[in-house]
Design a protein around this ligand. Sequence first.
Ligand code: KG4
Length: 343
Amino acid sequence: MIILAIETSCDETAVAVVKNGREVLSGELFSQADKHAMYGGVVPEIASRNHVAVIGHLTELALKNAGISKKDIDAVAVTSAPGLIGALLVGVNFAKGLALALDVPLIPVHHIRGHIAANYIAYPQLEPPFLCIIVSGGNSLIADVGGYTDIRIIGRSRDDAAGECFDKAARVLGLGYPGGPALDKLAQDDGSGKPGDDTLFNLPQPVIDGAPYDMSFSGLKTSIVNIVHNAKQKNEPLDTSSLAASFARTVSCILVPRVISAAKAFGHSKIAIAGGVAANSRIRADFLKAAEDENLTLFIPPLSLCGDNAAMIGSQGYYEFKAGVQADMNHDARATMDTDIVF
Ligand code: KG4
């Protein structure tokens, strides 16, 4: 089954052609990051307009690079929730038009379910059940993946997402947008080729009473902002590379032990990570070590599949379709939607 998949939930326009949920025939991506950089974050209206400008061309390119024509498409999958509503609407309406014109099924896909499915593309042998942590710009979730469409959230951030925290920390350090990759680089290199000292700053790691897998990042964000502002006010030098390294260690210390103990509690021998923050070098290294120590099999998608992309939507779309999920022309995008709800 050949699925044309579309992703426009935030500031990446992506179109992919995916065969039988696992084989990516083509994947095109247009990142708008530079168009939002001067504002220090994504401006929803600008995101929507840029999706409109490139989605048609990207679709033509995806078909050309897959070596297929429109008549070879068996279904159209699209990210329908959650995300920026204007941005989602561009993808959903484009997908509706395409599905209607080609007379093929329209498959709505939950963005977070898509992030989990990035692992199916990276690892053809991976099948549920497994435990997955999804850490992106808008979400930090721990999911018990019982089946391809049987997904139960067992832990979540009570406030900011891990990625948002990376972006805000980077912004206060003047590293621009998106901040995660820049902060990652600064932690590894203080400018002289040496990594920052990850023990120099003792940053908060909140625990939520009675909810062992829930997380909180807003206190960590505030503490970084305070450290930077204090240093500026007192005109004191700040070891920003060590602050970045201490910050990455702290986020990793919030994520990794929760995933390991959840895997044990829910009887999983396989763990997977997903989302843009899963590209972080410290977090990847800590997961690799913890999985080895605990004798768990770890699945880490390559960097290209961690961030938003359409291949993951095509993969999850295939399994949603097999489970009977389809939408009609009344289908609408939703800015928010729980991951465990089926369309
Ligand atoms: O999954 P994603 O591309 O978009 C959402 O669905 O939100 O995630 C974007 C987030 C941003 O907050 C970005 O700063 C973060 O992922 N990110 C990173 C790294 N690469 C991207 N955070 C930490 N370290 C990285 N290397």
